[in-house]
Design a protein around this ligand. Sequence first.
Ligand code: F0G
Length: 460
Amino acid sequence: MKTIIEPFRIKSVEPIYFTTKEERKVILEKACYNPFRIHAKDVLIDLLTDSGTSAMSSSQWAGIMQGDESYAGSSSFFKFEDSVRSITGLSYIIPTHQGRAAEKIIFTILGGRGKCFISNTLFDTTRANIEFSGAEGIDLICEEGKHPTIPAPFKGNIDVVALRKKIIEKGAVNIPMIIITITNNSGGGQPVSMQNIKEVRKVCSEFRIPLFIDACRFAENAYFIKQREDGYADKSVKEIANELFSYADGATMSAKKDAFANIGGFLAMNDLDLAIRCRNLLIITEGFTTYGGLAGRDLEAIAIGLQEVLDEHYLEYRIRSIEYLTNKLIASGVPVMQPAGGHAVYIDAKQFLPHLPVEQYPGQSLVCALYEEGGIRSVEIGSLMFGKYDDSGNLIPAKMELVRLAIPRRVYTQSHIDYVAEVIIEVFQKRNELKGLNITEEAPMLRHFSAKLTPTTSAN
Ligand code: F0G
């Protein structure tokens, strides 16, 4: 098989800035060992997130110039609406400024004390919006999804048996919706199978609970279905996406992922009464119903991006580039989540740094080492992000200590990715020298964004 190449050529470039290792040591210390505090220009390869960081195409930039900035009834809105509808088939399409704005609206309306939302895995902002409304969020990931290094084709599936049990336990009337996150970001970017979605649909119909899709990475998920699920090899990704959404009653989406947009999102549904309530809230919080917190030009960029992402040459390259980095790391013995996910590589920091106890945040130690060694910015998804304290102030650690390297779409070339692999392998070879970290300052919620840390004095 020939090399799978980037299915684009580059028309406009942006410089990246080099620093020395000595400079990065100082930068890291000044940033209190938290790369969220580092200036982006001091980062060489930025793998903090794949959200809002995509390179837009020349068609999207052309669309930007065509943006209709009319307050009401903008033609850009109708292009956006058509584009979203051609993929989701959903009736009522509500633009929002990003994914969490859609979440805020829907959970404000359907959430509240005593309510409960069940998912394969809720993303942090989704869970936060549910909990902020007073409701409870429950994750029921399948067994395969709980083991980072054991490969399986659809580790993002929800456990349907557990779902049924939980609905009976909580009472269907208290469950305003079931949410399937595709791909499952917090669970390693792993896909959900069509079979699983169909089974969830059946359960939802039986108990009369609406099914919503958190569709941020729907195209990556549809491509995995084409590759891995029986009966889909000859279908187009668009047909697969159409089928997938046909089982849903609604969707939320951050257009900052699979729509290649730098900002934007939407909320979509088939229930007119619910749509009216959402639109009323939209007008208070985001803006009029035909722009929802976005400029007309953003709506154009999303409308175009949503169609571009269905290009199968692009998806082949996208999925292959994540797999390429994952396989290079596996070949050198680096413990990573398997199989490769759709948008990111996840390193198992617990296995990478077995000499560091979770109280010394091995994930964050690795994040800092990758920056110091090679100017790469990644993010800890472990006890710094999710850890809590018990009544005596002891850390209740997260289930896993992961480091996510999220790959922005169409931004980096293969040589950038080769460089990333080299840096990780270099750090892996001297992993025994890495020190742990202690927190010196933290916020009561979402502490990973702003926490300050300091290295422990010894390696143990
Ligand atoms: N749902 C999922 C599955 C996400 O990954 C995100 C964002 C959101 C909802 C919220 O969307 O950022 O537009 O408000 N994920 C980003 C990330 C931030 O880095 O994974 P948003």
